[in-house]
Design a protein around this ligand. Structure first.
Ligand code: MG
Length: 490
């Protein structure tokens, strides 16, 4: 077992060993061939130059005279390829404006993506949401490419089911099968028919059995959570036919009805910079941060451990000759440590092992939430890792109307290539410095800020590799950054 783990660790690239795959050739080619984000509008020559691991050029959307091609809201974006850990840039990005149309329940309607032409907010029969997302692939770019093309459509489809409710201004009252809104009460009077602008149910509204008052916010959160699950299931369905290997972390932001919904599954991160202060908008999901969830699953379903792993955590590997002695350990219910007498079973490899960026689940993968990885197994074994990985994001909500925002207030999204080498404070200081040095009406200022963040985290190529300004090691990972302006978009 130990040699097997060593071999797996030696193969680790970007957090995972290679997926074992289906062991068969795909029936057809990739559904979405590898490319950089469409909004970068790269020529074939530019795409080729972008893949230069030694020069690592920083890519941004068109600036200056080509700024008519800029992203909606003049969102800032920049990216750079890794320093050679993988042939392709395994990060992907998406920026969309999506129209959620009312569903024709008799015939059905398809989700429609609206390319921005500056007419955001135009009246349509339905809702519109803005969308930004970063995907950080591992063991290949396939899952990240597919999610970048499709996740927003899954979110649209989920929202389509509840668009009638979301367009009512208040939480609707409970409705049951036998007592719909407007039904007679015991005293002969009609029950209050309205709450806010809620109307008596029409054909479409009466489809919903609203037994419990749920705020619109929680309905949107549920829609996003379900969309991630649908995306994950689609990757599983199509992995054989399209040869999809590996998986990806996913960080998505949905701006809908005055609120930002920040959904995170993985180790990318989002922060808010408001009035110079930094406020985290996401948590990372790693073997360390999710240790107790993983251990509990291993405890409940020990067959998932394949008789090779123990759900207990120990500070180091235990030797056979140490059986009978006392060793520190942690179980799923513990945040602290205690001593236990070492038994034969404790010689198995810990389900969660390692610290920081070296922490792994089953000695294989360094993130615990994301999309894909359906065929990921422990190296040279038949032990599946997917049961321990969750595709469900944590969704945090930021209500714009609750705060005043200045022209330099932004949300920054970054893959771990950014956050591994710069702190929240360093990110905020760099963004504020760039934004305050530009005129407030400069449409390029947010892209310049994103470019600065990628430059700072990549560093400069010196004799001893990529180095930051303080001579620390720069990030050798793919780096992708969005800078989303908050001012003027309420
Ligand atoms: Mg990364």
């Amino acid at each position: 077992m130990i040699s097997r783990v060593k071999a797996a660790v030696a193969q680790l690239v970007g957090g995972t060993a290679s997926s074992s795959g289906a062991g068969s050739c795909p029936d057809s080619g990739p559904r979405f061939p590898y490319s950089r984000p469409v909004f970068l509008q790269l020529s074939p020559e530019e795409s080729e130059r972008a893949a230069d691991h030694s020069g690592r050029p920083i890519l941004v959307p068109a600036l200056g005279s080509r700024s008519r091609l800029a992203l909606p809201w003049h969102t800032g974006y920049a990216e750079v390829i890794n320093a050679g850990k993988s042939v392709l840039n395994e990060d992907q990005a998406a920026r969309e404006i999506v129209q959620v149309e009312r569903k024709d329940w008799k015939n059905g309607t398809a989700a429609e993506t609206v390319k921005d032409d500056g007419s955001a907010g135009k009246e349509r029969d339905g809702l519109q949401f803005h969308y930004w997302a970063l995907f950080d692939g591992h063991a290949g770019p396939d899952a990240a490419v597919m999610a970048a093309k499709l996740l927003h459509l899954h979110i649209c489809e989920q929202l389509q089911d509840i668009v009638d409710i979301l367009q009512a201004s208040d939480v609707p009252p409970p409705i049951s099968l036998s007592n719909n809104v407007g039904a007679a009460t015991g005293d002969g009077a009609k029950s209050p028919p309205h709450q806010g602008d809620w109307e008596p149910p029409t054909d479409s509204e009466s489809r919903f059995l609203l037994e419990k008052e749920i705020s619109h916010e929680y309905l949107v959160i549920g829609a996003i959570e379900n969309a991630f699950r649908q995306m994950d299931e689609q990757i599983e369905r199509e992995q054989s036919s399209h040869g999809i290997l590996g998986g990806c972390c996913a960080l998505a932001v949905v701006y809908l009805l005055g609120k930002y919904y920040v959904a995170n599954a993985g180790d990318s991160r989002a922060i808010l910079i408001r009035g110079g202060e930094t406020i985290p908008l996401s948590n990372e999901f790693t073997p360390e941060s999710e240790r107790q969830r993983l251990q509990y699953l291993g405890y409940l379903q020990p067959h998932l451990l394949g008789n090779e792993f123990t759900h207990l955590e120990f500070p180091r590997r235990i030797q056979h000759r140490e059986i009978g002695r006392k060793m520190l350990f942690r179980d799923y219910s513990m945040t602290g440590w205690a001593y236990k007498t070492i038994e034969e079973d404790d010689l198995k490899f810990p389900l969660v092992y390692g610290e920081g960026k070296k922490a792994r689940v089953m000695a294989t993968i360094g993130v615990t939430r994301g999309l894909g990885d359906h065929n990921l197994k422990v190296y040279c074994s038949n032990i599946h890792i997917k049961p321990f990985l969750s595709c469900v994001p944590e969704v945090k909500v930021y209500d714009v109307a609750q705060h005043e925002h200045g022209v330099d207030d932004v949300i920054v999204l970054g893959t771990d290539g950014l956050w591994d080498v710069v702190s929240d404070r360093e990110v905020a200081d760099a963004v504020i410095r760039i934004l305050s040095s530009c005129d407030a009406d400069n449409p390029n200022r947010f892209t310049l800020a994103a470019q600065e963040l990628v430059m700072r985290s990549r560093g400069i190529l010196k004799e001893h590799g990529w180095r930051l300004s303080n001579d620390r090691l720069g990030s050798g990972d793919d780096i992708s950054v969005f800078v989303i302006p908050l001012y003027g978009h309420t």
